[in-house]
Design a binder for this molecule. Structure first.
Ligand SMILES: *Cc1c(COP(=O)(O)O)cnc(C)c1O
Length: 353
């Protein structure tokens, strides 16, 4: 019998949000996808290249895209590495900078993929609890003296963020690797990105994705920005053609339409505020969130979060339920269109929540 690697035997795979069966029209508020179409420029670019795009291998270095990102962020192209979603880059940075049994400190709660990817390569996760309101003091992550620290900023599934200055303070005190995952930074009104700090701190890696604000979850494309030495190391170990031609073209086209992205973000943020107000009016408690999702606790005199999750599921409305300490009495709800959120509010009322 073929032996299965003990780490794989023990691995708890990352549980992605439920997807509807074919032919079912669901309201998907469980994966923080954009509810709006991709930019017309993306649509046009893909249409005009057509299936011809698939004949040749893609540019393994994503040269054109990195040039555009270099311009956007004011960092050298050599300080940028593209990947098959930021998910690929998370695994890649473990492989590039950490040895077996090294420790990585992450806040609790946070994005589950950090732990799944760590288990896969034998890296140990140290969870540092956030406070009762899920706030995080970045300095606390350095206390267990880990080899690396990962902060999702804003954090998931809570939606809270820390200011760039707080991260800079951490960088002044901590010499190990600091990874800041900025998947949702475009939704924060006064961008607190730390991409600029990669020029001064050679131990900082910033992760970005086209999956959220750009609405390209299905294309699978994200990128890392860091000191060129770190980027070169990650590039060496990367799957050569992990970013396919369609993804590269879509991301390049999306970057030519910043007005569309800002408009989409504004619409989502407006819907977010209106939905939050309506939800809390019915007795829910919602945490401050600067993202395209919110975390909320239903009123204690009604059905539990898990019961509500199930009742919504029965009506093909998908939200996220986490069976985890501190989260099992809450739901994480992605922000969809105004119509979708109205349907959700009606369904919640029908569900007795
Ligand atoms: C959605 C998300 C990502 C993005 O993952 P991709 O692989 O780029 O789609 C990364 N980090 C966090 C915290 C996320 O929620």
């Amino acid at each position: 019998m073929v032996q299965i690697h003990p780490r794989i035997e023990r691995l708890q795979p990352y549980a992605a949000g439920t997807r509807p069966d074919p032919g079912i029209a669901a309201i998907k508020l469980n994966q923080n996808e954009s509810p709006y179409p991709v930019s017309p420029k993306v649509e046009q670019a893909i249409r005009s290249s057509g299936a011809e795009l698939l004949r040749e291998y893609p540019d393994s270095g994503c040269g054109r895209l990195r040039a555009a990102l270099s311009e956007l962020h004011g960092v050298p192209a050599g300080a940028i590495l593209c990947g098959n979603g930021s998910s690929e880059l998370i695994t890649l940075l473990y492989k590039s900078f950490l040895c077996e049994n090294d420790t990585v400190a992450v806040p609790d709660p946070t994005f589950g993929l950090y732990a799944t990817a760590a288990a896969l390569v034998g890296v140990k996760i140290v969870s540092v609890p956030t406070d009762d309101d899920f706030r995080l003091e970045p300095g606390k992550l350095a206390e267990p003296s880990p080899q690396a620290i990962i902060i999702a900023n804003p954090n998931a599934p809570t939606g809270l963020y820390v200011e760039a200055e707080q991260i800079e303070r951490l960088l002044n005190d901590f010499r190990g690797l600091v990874v800041v995952d900025e998947a949702y930074i475009d939704f924060v009104p006064e961008g607190t990105s730390v991409i600029g700090l990669t020029k001064r701190y050679s131990n900082l890696i910033v992760l970005r994705t086209f999956s959220k604000a750009y609405g390209l979850s299905g294309a699978r494309i994200g990128y890392a920005v860091a000191d060129e030495r770190l980027i070169a190391a990650m590039a060496k170990g990367r799957e050569t053609f992990s970013v396919n031609a369609v993804a590269q073209l879509a991301a390049e086209a999306a970057l030519t339409d910043p007005a569309y992205t800002s408009l989409t973000v504004e619409r989502i943020n407006r819907t977010h505020e209106a939905f939050r107000a309506a939800l809390t009016d019915t007795g829910w408690r919602a945490w401050p969130s600067f993202t395209n999702f919110l975390l909320a606790t239903p009123p204690s005199d009604g059905p539990t979060a898990q019961e509500i999750y199930q009742r919504l599921l029965d009506r093909h409305i998908y939200v996220r339920y986490f069976d985890a300490p501190r989260l099992s009495d809450k739901l994480r709800i992605s922000i969809g269109t105004d119509t979708e959120m109205k349907t959700l509010l009606e369904a919640l009322s029908d569900a007795g929540a």
